[in-house]
Design a protein around this ligand. Structure first.
Ligand code: NAD
Length: 259
Protein backbone atom coordinates (compact mmCIF):
# COMPACT_ATOMS: atom_id res chain seq x y z
CA UNK A 1 0.00 0.00 0.00
CA UNK A 2 1.30 3.44 -0.92
CA UNK A 3 1.00 5.53 2.25
CA UNK A 4 0.71 8.77 0.26
CA UNK A 5 3.52 10.61 2.07
CA UNK A 6 6.29 10.55 -0.56
CA UNK A 7 8.14 13.89 -0.53
CA UNK A 8 6.80 14.89 2.90
CA UNK A 9 9.37 16.17 5.42
CA UNK A 10 9.84 14.52 8.82
CA UNK A 11 11.80 15.22 11.96
CA UNK A 12 12.60 12.00 13.82
CA UNK A 13 14.14 12.62 17.24
CA UNK A 14 16.57 10.26 18.96
CA UNK A 15 16.86 8.29 15.76
CA UNK A 16 20.38 6.87 15.68
CA UNK A 17 19.36 3.63 17.37
CA UNK A 18 16.40 1.59 18.49
CA UNK A 19 12.79 2.60 17.99
CA UNK A 20 13.56 6.06 16.59
CA UNK A 21 15.81 4.45 13.98
CA UNK A 22 13.03 1.96 13.14
CA UNK A 23 10.58 4.83 12.59
CA UNK A 24 13.10 6.71 10.45
CA UNK A 25 13.73 3.67 8.26
CA UNK A 26 10.03 2.97 7.76
CA UNK A 27 9.30 6.60 6.80
CA UNK A 28 12.26 6.62 4.39
CA UNK A 29 10.90 3.50 2.72
CA UNK A 30 7.78 5.58 1.97
CA UNK A 31 9.88 8.33 0.38
CA UNK A 32 9.76 10.76 3.31
CA UNK A 33 12.68 13.24 3.50
CA UNK A 34 14.29 13.01 6.91
CA UNK A 35 15.92 15.19 9.52
CA UNK A 36 17.31 12.91 12.23
CA UNK A 37 18.69 13.86 15.63
CA UNK A 38 20.70 12.10 18.34
CA UNK A 39 23.18 13.19 20.98
CA UNK A 40 26.25 11.54 19.44
CA UNK A 41 27.38 11.77 15.82
CA UNK A 42 28.87 8.33 15.18
CA UNK A 43 25.77 6.13 15.38
CA UNK A 44 23.68 8.93 13.86
CA UNK A 45 25.89 9.17 10.76
CA UNK A 46 25.93 5.37 10.41
CA UNK A 47 22.13 5.22 10.54
CA UNK A 48 21.80 8.11 8.08
CA UNK A 49 24.20 6.43 5.64
CA UNK A 50 22.31 3.12 5.92
CA UNK A 51 18.98 4.81 5.25
CA UNK A 52 20.33 6.76 2.25
CA UNK A 53 21.87 3.59 0.80
CA UNK A 54 18.68 1.53 1.33
CA UNK A 55 16.11 4.07 0.18
CA UNK A 56 17.81 6.94 -1.67
CA UNK A 57 15.95 9.59 0.35
CA UNK A 58 17.63 12.76 1.58
CA UNK A 59 18.68 12.50 5.24
CA UNK A 60 19.91 15.50 7.24
CA UNK A 61 21.56 14.82 10.60
CA UNK A 62 21.68 17.09 13.62
CA UNK A 63 23.67 16.24 16.74
CA UNK A 64 21.37 17.56 19.44
CA UNK A 65 19.84 16.69 22.78
CA UNK A 66 16.03 16.77 22.57
CA UNK A 67 15.80 17.51 26.29
CA UNK A 68 17.39 20.95 25.83
CA UNK A 69 16.10 24.14 24.21
CA UNK A 70 19.37 24.48 22.22
CA UNK A 71 19.06 20.93 20.89
CA UNK A 72 15.46 21.44 19.79
CA UNK A 73 16.32 24.78 18.15
CA UNK A 74 19.13 23.13 16.17
CA UNK A 75 16.78 20.48 14.82
CA UNK A 76 14.10 23.04 13.97
CA UNK A 77 16.71 25.20 12.19
CA UNK A 78 17.48 22.21 9.93
CA UNK A 79 13.77 21.47 9.30
CA UNK A 80 11.63 24.44 10.35
CA UNK A 81 8.32 23.19 8.94
CA UNK A 82 8.05 19.40 9.09
CA UNK A 83 4.89 17.63 7.89
CA UNK A 84 5.66 14.78 10.26
CA UNK A 85 7.14 15.00 13.76
CA UNK A 86 8.26 11.94 15.71
CA UNK A 87 9.24 12.86 19.28
CA UNK A 88 11.51 10.52 21.19
CA UNK A 89 14.30 10.57 23.79
CA UNK A 90 15.90 8.05 26.10
CA UNK A 91 13.76 6.95 29.03
CA UNK A 92 14.60 7.90 32.63
CA UNK A 93 16.54 5.40 34.74
CA UNK A 94 14.62 3.13 37.12
CA UNK A 95 14.89 3.68 40.86
CA UNK A 96 13.19 4.29 44.18
CA UNK A 97 11.11 7.46 44.23
CA UNK A 98 12.36 8.21 47.75
CA UNK A 99 15.75 9.04 46.25
CA UNK A 100 14.52 11.41 43.54
CA UNK A 101 14.95 15.15 43.98
CA UNK A 102 13.24 17.99 42.17
CA UNK A 103 16.19 18.05 39.74
CA UNK A 104 15.76 14.34 39.01
CA UNK A 105 12.13 14.99 38.15
CA UNK A 106 12.91 18.05 36.02
CA UNK A 107 15.39 16.04 33.92
CA UNK A 108 12.75 13.37 33.28
CA UNK A 109 10.09 15.96 32.47
CA UNK A 110 12.44 17.76 30.05
CA UNK A 111 13.19 14.57 28.15
CA UNK A 112 9.83 12.82 28.14
CA UNK A 113 7.17 15.50 28.54
CA UNK A 114 8.26 19.14 28.08
CA UNK A 115 10.67 18.45 25.18
CA UNK A 116 7.95 16.83 23.05
CA UNK A 117 5.46 19.57 24.02
CA UNK A 118 7.90 22.30 22.92
CA UNK A 119 8.48 20.57 19.59
CA UNK A 120 4.73 20.23 19.02
CA UNK A 121 4.27 23.92 19.88
CA UNK A 122 6.95 24.91 17.36
CA UNK A 123 5.62 22.84 14.46
CA UNK A 124 1.86 22.49 14.72
CA UNK A 125 0.64 25.85 13.38
CA UNK A 126 2.36 25.50 9.97
CA UNK A 127 0.91 21.97 9.79
CA UNK A 128 -2.56 23.43 10.37
CA UNK A 129 -1.93 26.09 7.71
CA UNK A 130 -0.88 23.43 5.15
CA UNK A 131 -3.80 21.12 6.03
CA UNK A 132 -1.54 18.15 6.77
CA UNK A 133 0.33 17.10 9.89
CA UNK A 134 1.19 13.85 11.63
CA UNK A 135 2.68 13.91 15.12
CA UNK A 136 3.72 10.72 16.89
CA UNK A 137 5.14 10.63 20.40
CA UNK A 138 7.08 7.51 21.32
CA UNK A 139 6.02 6.91 24.93
CA UNK A 140 5.76 3.53 26.68
CA UNK A 141 3.43 0.67 27.49
CA UNK A 142 4.02 1.83 31.07
CA UNK A 143 1.47 4.61 30.38
CA UNK A 144 -1.25 1.92 30.45
CA UNK A 145 0.32 -0.40 33.01
CA UNK A 146 2.83 1.52 35.15
CA UNK A 147 5.90 -0.35 36.37
CA UNK A 148 6.86 0.40 40.00
CA UNK A 149 10.56 1.19 39.50
CA UNK A 150 9.87 3.37 36.45
CA UNK A 151 8.12 6.14 38.38
CA UNK A 152 9.89 8.94 36.50
CA UNK A 153 8.79 7.47 33.18
CA UNK A 154 5.26 6.73 34.44
CA UNK A 155 4.83 10.29 35.69
CA UNK A 156 6.44 12.24 32.82
CA UNK A 157 4.79 10.20 30.07
CA UNK A 158 1.38 10.38 31.76
CA UNK A 159 1.73 14.17 31.67
CA UNK A 160 2.49 14.16 27.94
CA UNK A 161 -0.39 11.75 27.31
CA UNK A 162 -2.90 13.99 29.05
CA UNK A 163 -1.63 17.07 27.23
CA UNK A 164 -1.86 15.36 23.83
CA UNK A 165 -5.39 14.17 24.50
CA UNK A 166 -6.44 17.76 25.10
CA UNK A 167 -4.79 19.38 22.08
CA UNK A 168 -5.36 16.68 19.46
CA UNK A 169 -9.07 17.29 19.06
CA UNK A 170 -9.11 21.01 18.20
CA UNK A 171 -6.57 20.44 15.38
CA UNK A 172 -8.15 17.30 13.90
CA UNK A 173 -10.35 19.24 11.44
CA UNK A 174 -7.17 20.57 9.81
CA UNK A 175 -5.96 17.02 8.99
CA UNK A 176 -3.39 17.26 11.76
CA UNK A 177 -3.31 14.13 13.90
CA UNK A 178 -1.44 13.47 17.14
CA UNK A 179 -1.03 9.97 18.48
CA UNK A 180 1.19 8.25 20.99
CA UNK A 181 2.93 4.97 20.17
CA UNK A 182 3.46 2.77 23.23
CA UNK A 183 6.27 0.23 22.93
CA UNK A 184 6.15 -2.97 24.94
CA UNK A 185 9.36 -5.02 25.00
CA UNK A 186 11.48 -4.38 21.90
CA UNK A 187 14.98 -5.75 21.64
CA UNK A 188 16.84 -2.47 21.15
CA UNK A 189 20.36 -1.62 22.37
CA UNK A 190 18.93 -0.16 25.55
CA UNK A 191 16.92 -3.28 26.34
CA UNK A 192 19.90 -5.57 25.60
CA UNK A 193 22.04 -3.62 28.10
CA UNK A 194 19.28 -3.58 30.74
CA UNK A 195 18.68 -7.31 30.33
CA UNK A 196 22.39 -8.12 30.58
CA UNK A 197 22.52 -6.13 33.85
CA UNK A 198 19.47 -7.90 35.27
CA UNK A 199 20.86 -11.30 34.23
CA UNK A 200 24.20 -10.73 35.90
CA UNK A 201 22.48 -9.56 39.12
CA UNK A 202 20.54 -12.83 39.19
CA UNK A 203 23.53 -14.93 38.19
CA UNK A 204 21.90 -16.25 35.00
CA UNK A 205 22.90 -15.86 31.36
CA UNK A 206 21.50 -13.12 29.15
CA UNK A 207 19.97 -15.86 26.95
CA UNK A 208 18.13 -17.39 29.94
CA UNK A 209 16.90 -13.93 30.94
CA UNK A 210 15.65 -13.27 27.42
CA UNK A 211 13.84 -16.63 27.24
CA UNK A 212 12.16 -15.93 30.58
CA UNK A 213 10.93 -12.53 29.44
CA UNK A 214 9.74 -13.87 26.10
CA UNK A 215 7.53 -16.40 27.89
CA UNK A 216 5.58 -13.49 29.39
CA UNK A 217 4.86 -11.95 25.95
CA UNK A 218 1.86 -13.52 24.17
CA UNK A 219 3.63 -13.13 20.80
CA UNK A 220 6.43 -15.25 22.26
CA UNK A 221 9.16 -12.84 21.22
CA UNK A 222 10.56 -9.39 21.67
CA UNK A 223 9.45 -6.75 19.20
CA UNK A 224 11.77 -5.49 16.51
CA UNK A 225 12.35 -1.78 15.88
CA UNK A 226 11.13 -2.31 12.32
CA UNK A 227 7.78 -3.73 13.57
CA UNK A 228 7.45 -0.56 15.54
CA UNK A 229 8.51 1.67 12.65
CA UNK A 230 5.92 0.11 10.35
CA UNK A 231 3.11 1.10 12.73
CA UNK A 232 4.58 4.59 13.02
CA UNK A 233 4.70 4.98 9.23
CA UNK A 234 1.08 3.89 8.92
CA UNK A 235 -0.04 6.41 11.56
CA UNK A 236 1.79 9.07 9.52
CA UNK A 237 0.05 8.02 6.30
CA UNK A 238 -2.54 9.89 4.29
CA UNK A 239 -4.91 6.98 5.06
CA UNK A 240 -4.58 7.39 8.85
CA UNK A 241 -6.10 10.88 8.88
CA UNK A 242 -9.10 9.70 10.90
CA UNK A 243 -6.98 8.26 13.74
CA UNK A 244 -6.10 10.85 16.35
CA UNK A 245 -5.62 11.26 20.12
CA UNK A 246 -4.94 7.53 20.47
CA UNK A 247 -2.48 5.57 22.55
CA UNK A 248 -1.45 2.68 20.32
CA UNK A 249 0.30 -0.25 21.98
CA UNK A 250 2.90 -2.22 20.02
CA UNK A 251 3.61 -4.90 22.61
CA UNK A 252 2.90 -8.36 21.20
CA UNK A 253 -0.26 -8.58 23.34
CA UNK A 254 1.53 -8.02 26.67
CA UNK A 255 -1.09 -5.60 28.02
CA UNK A 256 -4.03 -7.72 29.08
CA UNK A 257 -6.69 -5.04 29.60
CA UNK A 258 -9.63 -4.80 27.20
CA UNK A 259 -9.16 -1.05 26.67
P1 NAD B 1 17.75 3.07 22.61
O1 NAD B 1 18.62 3.39 23.78
O2 NAD B 1 17.97 1.78 21.90
O3 NAD B 1 17.80 4.27 21.57
C1 NAD B 1 17.61 5.56 22.02
C2 NAD B 1 18.09 6.55 20.97
O4 NAD B 1 17.79 7.82 21.48
C3 NAD B 1 19.58 6.53 20.73
O5 NAD B 1 19.75 6.81 19.37
C4 NAD B 1 20.09 7.69 21.60
O6 NAD B 1 21.27 8.26 21.07
C5 NAD B 1 18.95 8.65 21.47
N1 NAD B 1 18.72 9.59 22.56
C6 NAD B 1 18.50 9.26 23.85
N2 NAD B 1 18.23 10.39 24.55
C7 NAD B 1 18.26 11.43 23.66
C8 NAD B 1 18.06 12.82 23.78
N3 NAD B 1 17.78 13.39 24.96
N4 NAD B 1 18.18 13.57 22.66
C9 NAD B 1 18.48 13.01 21.48
N5 NAD B 1 18.68 11.69 21.31
C10 NAD B 1 18.58 10.92 22.40
O7 NAD B 1 16.24 3.18 23.21
P2 NAD B 1 14.89 2.56 22.65
O8 NAD B 1 14.73 1.20 23.23
O9 NAD B 1 14.78 2.77 21.19
O10 NAD B 1 13.80 3.49 23.41
C11 NAD B 1 13.27 4.67 22.86
C12 NAD B 1 12.22 5.20 23.83
O11 NAD B 1 11.18 4.23 23.99
C13 NAD B 1 12.77 5.48 25.22
O12 NAD B 1 12.16 6.61 25.77
C14 NAD B 1 12.38 4.24 25.99
O13 NAD B 1 12.27 4.47 27.38
C15 NAD B 1 11.02 3.93 25.37
N6 NAD B 1 10.65 2.52 25.56
C16 NAD B 1 11.36 1.54 24.97
C17 NAD B 1 10.98 0.21 25.17
C18 NAD B 1 11.74 -0.93 24.54
O14 NAD B 1 11.40 -2.07 24.80
N7 NAD B 1 12.72 -0.68 23.72
C19 NAD B 1 9.86 -0.08 25.97
C20 NAD B 1 9.15 0.96 26.55
C21 NAD B 1 9.55 2.26 26.33
Amino acid sequence: MDLGIRGRRAIVCAASRGLGRGCAFALAQEGVLLTLSARGSEALETTAAEIRAATGVSVTTVVADMATAEGRSAVLAACPEPDILITNAGGPAPGDFRNWTRDTWLAALDANMLGPIELIKATIDPMIARGFGRIINITSGAVKHPIDVLGLSNGARAGLTGFVSGIARPVAKHNVTINNLLPGAHETDRVKVTMAGMASKRGITAEAMKAEREQAIPAGRFGDAMDFGAVCAFLCSQQAGYITAQNVLVDGGAYSGVF
